[in-house]
Design a protein around this ligand. Sequence first.
Ligand code: KIV
Length: 274
Amino acid sequence: MNILDLLQLKDKRKITMLTAYDYPTAYLVDKAGIDIILVGDSLANVVLGLDSTATVGMPEMLHHTKAVRRAIKNALLLGDMPYNSYQTNPEEAVNNARCFIEQAGCAGVKLEWFKDCLEVTKKIISAGIPVMGHIGLTPQTVDRINGFKCQGKDAESARNLIAQAQALQDAGCFAIVLECVPDKIAGLITGKLKIPTIGIGAGVHCDGQVLVINDLLGLFERHTPKFVKKYADLSSEITKAVEKYKLEVLRGEFPDQEHSYNIEEDEFKKIQGV
Ligand code: KIV
């Protein structure tokens, strides 16, 4: 999958995208044929146990993205630019975006909408780095958009979202994530744009969908947004497996013969009594 393939999927078939943060998960996501793998800054919450996505930086993002890169054969790999890596200085933003491409093997980067987003987006794109935009609920600046709420629920804020999406397309983005947006507004934006929209909590009319893999797998118990569908309950599977292991160790049932190494009786006799 490359960016050109992706652009051609609009109006042909839905685009599938998931996050991944480590080698084994990325390997399975890629093997399942998902189109895009994003190493999201949701790493902060679902992997590192932090409260806010704004608390991870470039070192953590690059570390995890490199591990994901090693696992992927087909999917398009995107790096999520962390808070403060692109908001303060456009030159620094370009350098940080370049790190995702050159050090971590990404095909592009994603960045969330903020005040000077268009200037930074254009700079990164003119350095030859593909950019996916992200509007609606933008977790890195959640304090500036009245919290973790659906965005664009009144005509004025919906009009703002439509304008942001159009501006990001004009700036050269190859796709846009719409997070927590009413389905009809997401449909309107999707219909107006030439580039694909990828929804998360934005309904069925988007060109594609993305979820955080830990949410989909039922592997993150702290908080589950309304838009998450759990396709598995790995938390309880893992808990059951660990409890069974503990019980078998305490009872002396594990390891049994099947999981132990043998020595020939003759050899063993030679060292008995030594
Ligand atoms: O960080 C993340 O996981 C994301 C997705 C929710 C799109 O930005």
